[in-house]
Design a protein around this ligand. Structure first.
Ligand code: ATP
Ligand code: LTN
Length: 336
């Protein structure tokens, strides 16, 4: 007898903060599209997460639409995936509150992203920043997600999500699917161009990252200026040659070439030739996205349709989980 397997669910989100960079693209965004063929996918623009650090309202609003346009320009298809803003589905905030009551202060204090951001924003270490991982857990658990495609830096948050889900399930029975991270092999941690020992980050200065929407001339300039070493040898060795290794990872991620093939390709050549090839490959990857982005971001009616239909469909799925959670926890029924 033929068994019909239920399609697995994939959920991911990106914060609409600042300029999306090559790390976000290689580590997360470019992996989203191919998953649409095989899974039920939900891709959210997580605007509630963005306000854990102070935002300019006008800029945040613009960044929200910018990120949705980028999702679409990178190949997300609203016929196949649900694309929506986190704040448009109230269940995210509701479940986050409930999960807060099942998470320990000690667990949240250990999160490296919290520690990093507390240092970067020492003047505003707010409760939202601390409880951020529970909102992320709510995003994921609301949809009974099986797989979460993210960069390496988010692994700890997914582990926390799993712990909280298992804790909840052990009290109330099987309420949540326990999710797994989906982390790429190459490029899961793209490093800063000026300090290859730090991850490329949106909140760092412009010249440390390549933005997905950077002009080709700017991309070339940034790659040429990227920190390497004085050895003039293209070799993958993260410990001793972090700058060159980072550029090799980027090159490998966009061309699909293996590290030994890249070493052979640039044997006996200086970093100038290598960097030009990296810049060419990155430009070739990003230019078509930039062209699609220009068209899509100008089409407000289309964006409107995508976001409203995405939120409506997401809310229906989320409501099923919420009603189960409410019942299990013992919250007052909405009808007697
Ligand atoms: P910030 O550094 O300002 O906190 P961010 O650049 O990490 O922001 P997010 O919105 O937090 O951006 O991340 C979006 C996605 O991109 C996540 O899946 C994250 O794991 C991934 N990501 C972020 N930075 C990198 C990087 N340097 N290399 C690979 N993946 C990354
Ligand atoms: N915390 C993530 C963004 C994020 C996310 C999610 C990723 C929020 N909710 C749910 C995957 C699934 C970040 O900072 N990159």
């Amino acid at each position: 007898m033929q068994t019909i397997e239920k399609k697995k669910t994939v959920f991911s989100g990106i914060q609409p903060t600042g300029n999306l960079h090559l790390g976000n693209y290689i580590g997360a965004l470019r992996n989203f599209g191919p998953l649409q063929e095989e899974y039920n996918c939900l891709y959210s623009i997580v605007d509630l997460h963005a306000i854990t650090v102070r935002q300019n309202p006008t800029e945040l609003r613009q960044n929200c639409l910018k990120l949705m346009s980028l999702y679409l320009a990178c190949g997300l298809d609203p016929q196949k995936s649900l694309i929506y803003f986190q704040s448009h589905v109230a269940a995210h905030s509701e479940l986050a509150w409930i999960l807060n009551c099942y998470t320990y202060m000690g667990e949240l204090s250990r999160m490296t992203q919290f520690k990093d951001k507390s240092q970067k924003h020492a003047e505003n270490i707010n409760v939202g920043l601390f409880a951020y991982p529970d909102l992320m857990a709510a995003d994921i658990l609301l949809y009974q997600t099986d797989l979460v495609p993210v960069g390496n830096d988010q692994k700890q948050h997914i582990e926390l999500t799993r712990d909280v889900a298992e804790r909840f399930n052990s009290v109330y029975g099987d309420v949540f699917t326990v999710p797994q991270p989906l982390i790429g092999k190459v490029g899961a941690r793209v490093m800063s161009l000026s300090d290859p020992n730090r991850k490329m980050s949106k909140s760092d200065p412009e010249d440390t990252f390549i933005a997905i929407l950077d002009d080709p001339a700017i991309i070339r300039k940034k790659v040429r200026r990227a920190v390497t070493d004085s050895e003039a040898l293209v070799k993958f060795d993260v410990e001793n040659k972090p700058g060159v290794s980072n550029l090799m990872s980027i090159y490998s991620a966009v061309t699909g070439k293996a590290f030994d093939a890249i070493e052979a390709e640039f044997e006996g050549q200086g970093y100038g030739t290598f960097k030009d090839a990296v810049a060419d490959a990155v430009i070739a990857e990003l230019e078509p996205i930039q062209n699609r982005y220009k068209q899509i971001s100008a089409d407000k009616a289309y964006l409107n349709e995508v976001m409203t239909s995405g939120a409506e469909r997401a809310a229906k799925i989320a409501a099923r989980t919420m009603s189960k959670v409410r019942r299990k926890v013992g919250l007052a029924p909405t009808q007697l």
